[in-house]
Design a protein around this ligand. Structure first.
Ligand SMILES: NC(=O)c1ccc[n+]([C@@H]2O[C@H](COP(=O)([O-])OP(=O)(O)OC[C@H]3O[C@@H](n4cnc5c(N)ncnc54)[C@H](OP(=O)(O)O)[C@@H]3O)[C@@H](O)[C@H]2O)c1
Length: 342
């Protein structure tokens, strides 16, 4: 079968990373078509041995695809995801639009790959900070159960997209050159040299942000356990790439830090870096560009017998988005779950 793949949002932070990862992993696509907005239509993308020309979305252009990997925002996913699916493609969507809908699997390749079985044309890729956290939590859940999580994130600006990266860059340069700092456009406040306890927005009457709500709801859906208590605080910091998270895990059965380290050392997609007295622990700059989720600072919470503290760091553009989307595409292929396979 000849495999045609659409990458929707191909010029963005996640889309360009997906294209790179598809090449690195020799994804078996016979044809790849990059889609973006009218602004980018006609642009050429260098994709190894091929040049790809960016196309705008239209009913004619979306015909005949086996797979469509989306990362162009919720509005585009809402409108064009079902259209690609109706035209016969299986959609893997990075936006938040489909994630919590009934009947749409929300899947992390190492955590709940079997959830792909029930898809009806659209599969959702989780939120970035949630994704990296559940990769590290799944082995703990399976071994001893999890009752409760208290999470604080330290999230990079690339998690908000390309314009946020430019905003941090321009503001930082202005501060260092002692010129006027450009006003914030993407974020509600200056992000350079700051820490901002607002990931995304606040809905009316809710004192949690939409990012925090996603983290709490998606964690339960992926882990398949609505009883896990979870409280999240999501903070944006002036780092380009790599989300970090401090996670307090209350387990059902007691787990020692040593056993936790051993469990995570054997877990797929996880690397333990935990020798703090020698300065060895996960860092955002080390996670950037890597596929594994890094875990360290594993230690007993002295205030509770069943609680451990973990420091979890991952590349938000890779495992947090693009890599998992490509891994889901690989699983769909391997398991013959593309719509054309039925
Ligand atoms: N960044 C992350 O770490 C991350 C992690 C998980 C999920 N996500 C999700 O992935 C999606 C994309 O995020 P991003 O960070 O890659 O954003 P981004 O850098 O702003 O890129 C957005 C992409 O969408 C395209 N686009 C915008 N409007 C469009 C339209 N009307 N029709 C077709 N294409 C359109 C843009 O094309 P132009 O270049 O033509 O404007 C660009 O290719 C979002 O839903 C985000 O929530 C991001």
């Amino acid at each position: 079968m000849s495999m045609r793949v659409a990458v929707v949002g191909a010029t963005g932070a996640v889309g360009s990373t997906m294209l790179g990862i598809m090449r690195e992993r020799s994804f078996p696509a016979d044809e790849v078509v990059p889609f973006a907005s009218e602004r980018s239509a006609g642009r050429t993308i260098d994709w190894g041995d091929r040049d790809l020309t960016v196309v705008a979305l239209s009913d004619e252009a979306i015909q005949g695809f086996d797979l469509a990997l989306f990362s162009a925002g919720s509005g585009v996913s809402e409108e064009w995801g079902p259209r690609f699916a109706a035209a016969g493609a299986t959609v893997v969507d990075n936006s938040s639009y489909w994630r919590m809908r009934d009947g749409v699997p929300l899947v992390v390749s190492e955590v709940n790959p079997d959830a792909l079985d029930g898809h009806d044309g659209i599969v959702a890729n989780p939120n970035c900070s949630t994704m990296q956290m559940v990769v590290a939590l799944k082995p703990i859940l399976d071994a001893v159960g999890i009752d409760r999580l208290v999470v604080s994130t330290y999230q990079a600006v690339s998690g908000t997209g390309q314009r946020a990266v430019e905003e941090l860059h321009d503001q930082t340069r202005a501060v260092l050159e002692a010129t006027d700092v450009p006003p914030a456009h993407v974020y509600p406040h200056q992000i350079a040299f700051n820490a901002m306890p607002q990931g995304e927005s606040f809905n009316d009457g809710d004192d949690y942000t939409t990012e925090e709500r996603k983290m709490m709801a998606e964690t339960r859906k992926i882990l398949g356990d609505d009883d896990i208590g979870i409280s999240a605080t999501c903070v944006r910091i002036p780092v380009y790439t790599g989300h970090s998270g401090s996670v307090n895990v209350q387990t059902s059965k007691k787990l020692s830090p040593e056993d936790c380290r051993a469990l995570l050392s054997d877990a797929p997609g996880v690397q333990v870096l935990d020798d703090p007295s020698n300065g060895i622990y996960p860092l955002a700059i080390d996670a950037a560009g890597r596929d594994d989720v890094l875990v360290g600072r594993i230690r007993r919470d002295p205030s509770h017998d069943h609680c451990l503290n973990l420091w979890i760091v991952g590349d938000n553009l890779r495992k947090g988005a693009a890599l998992n989307a490509v891994q889901l595409a690989e699983l769909l292929l391997e398991r013959q779950l593309l719509r054309g396979d039925a």
